[in-house]
Design a binder for this molecule. Structure first.
Ligand code: NAD
Length: 275
């Protein structure tokens, strides 16, 4: 598994398994088992997914050592203060059956994020989190955070896929040495990106699926990916993406199909940030 070095010297496996909307303990257990068997070591959850406890159980039952795993969780919008953030973190640790997290993110730039960050810095300085980061932070959110932050975020997890490529944010994050992580890397199975004719042609040329081409495209942009699936065959397929390279021409062709089209929540929508 390729590892990416974060701005604090820690490393992150560049591909992991996302578990958003896995709403059944058995599905999650089977997905984690299949993932571990296929070489995944990185798992991405969040308090709001209500499956941290199942993930914790599945990982605890595996024979992979904790130090070989990379676990991410996220603090939800309803925790707005310093104390609530500390409490939410400890709750996540308990559910995940671990005594530290590899990465903890502010899920959305909702009310009080500078204060939340101060709490996360304290947990980081106490060694309870190896790296801290944010999610769904666009440039103005990041600028505001950086006015008070003492520790620079290691990661910004953003919706990113071929129809919403986040070129500007990718350049901005590179300029700050903050890693870009893609959520919805496959368009969440709801945009028709997996049917895109340009991607289909490239996939045929490499004898790969469109999903594999998309995942490799992210990797080649130095982006961390956490595709979600609960199906063993797709889980295996989604990690089998390190044995080919896209040409400059193919990268340009993929750049040309960007529609700047979000599939889900907009971090500038105040209503959304309230939930
Ligand atoms: P995704 O882009 O990973 O799409 C998942 C869907 O794609 C699956 O449900 C399936 O329908 C399809 N799929 C997966 N592998 C496939 C394959 N090989 N071939 C064909 N179809 C395939 O979407 P996601 O789950 O929303 O995003 C990935 C992860 O990102 C989540 O599980 C979660 O961990 C994280 N996430 C974070 C945020 C955030 O706000 N930070 C938001 C959404 C998701």
């Amino acid at each position: 598994m390729e590892q990416l070095k974060l701005n604090n010297g820690q490393t992150i496996p560049q591909l992991g398994l996302g578990v958003f909307k896995v709403e059944d303990a058995n599905d999650l257990k089977q997905a984690v088992d299949a993932a571990l068997k296929n070489g995944y070591r990185h798992f991405d959850t969040a308090t709001i997914y209500h499956n941290e406890a199942w993930l914790g159980e599945a990982l605890a039952e595996s024979d992979v050592k904790r130090e070989d795993l990379f676990i991410t969780s996220k603090v939800w919008n309803s925790n707005t203060t310093y104390d609530e953030t500390i409490a939410a973190f400890h709750e996540s640790l308990k559910k995940l059956q671990t005594d530290y997290l590899d990465l903890y993110l502010i899920h959305w730039p909702s009310e009080g994020y500078n204060e939340k960050w101060r709490a996360m810095e304290s947990l980081y300085n106490d060694g309870l989190i190896k790296s801290i980061g944010v999610s769904n932070f666009e440039k103005p959110h990041m600028e505001k955070l950086l006015t008070t932050a003492k520790v620079k975020p290691a990661v910004d997890q953003l919706e990113t896929h071929p129809y919403f490529q986040q070129k500007e944010m990718n350049d901005y994050l590179k300029s700050l040495d903050i890693a870009h992580e893609a959520w919805g890397p496959l368009g969440q199975g709801k945009s028709n990106v997996l049917e895109d004719p340009v991607l289909k042609k490239i996939a045929e040329a490499h004898n790969k699926s469109v999903a594999q081409v998309i995942l490799h495209w992210h990797l080649q942009r130095d982006i961390i990916v956490i595709p979600k699936s609960v199906h063993a065959n797709r889980i295996a397929q989604n990690i089998d993406v390190f044995d080919f390279t896209l040409t400059d021409e193919e990268m340009s062709l993929i750049a040309s199909i960007d529609k700047n089209q979000r599939g889900s929540g907009d971090p500038n929508d105040e209503e959304m940030l309230k939930n």
